[in-house]
Design a protein around this ligand. Sequence first.
Ligand SMILES: [Zn+2]
Length: 209
Amino acid sequence: MPTASPQASPGPPAFESSPPGQAGPQPSDFLLPVIDDETRPFWEGTLAGELLVQACATCGRLRFPPRPMCPSCHSNKRLWKAMSGRGSIWSFAVPHPPLLAAYESLAPYNVVVVSLAEDQAIRLVGNLVSGSPRQRATVDASRHGEAGTEAAGDRLAGSPGEILRRANPGPIEIGEAVSVVFTLVTAPDGTLTSLPSWIRAEGQAPATL
Ligand SMILES: [Zn+2]
């Protein structure tokens, strides 16, 4: 087993190493979620390494994205439930230019829509990335190689582009099993956000139809 630190791992150079005058994507160029009172528990959960989904406290139905009222019984009572982190790929896309500038240089990469095991109607958008189960990839947008918090667990240092560069796990098949990992991003203002990403479930080879 390789014992090199994540910082020493081979891989594509981070954007910070771009030659002066030829700067690549900057941290502020990447889109990060806008967190409000309704969505804050979800993002607090991802920072703690948990995938939380809002549920109706009256009828129990899960719903995503978070919102005040249950679409089923119209109750305003709500709570949060921890998911297993297991799901399956419901759909995917491979973006090509024209894209926002920060993403254009990283294309093509994948964007997947994952149905959660607990409720197939709950679907999250993310990236299928290379990695092993229980490995949490940490990306630090502002301090390459110094990423992480105690909640981050195992981590790989990187940049915002690293997750997209690593989003090359081979052919993607609809329906293949995946599990969640969390990618820690430090915004230019120092705010930490942990983004759910997806890896193939342990022992799961690319599905064949
Ligand atoms: Zn309800």
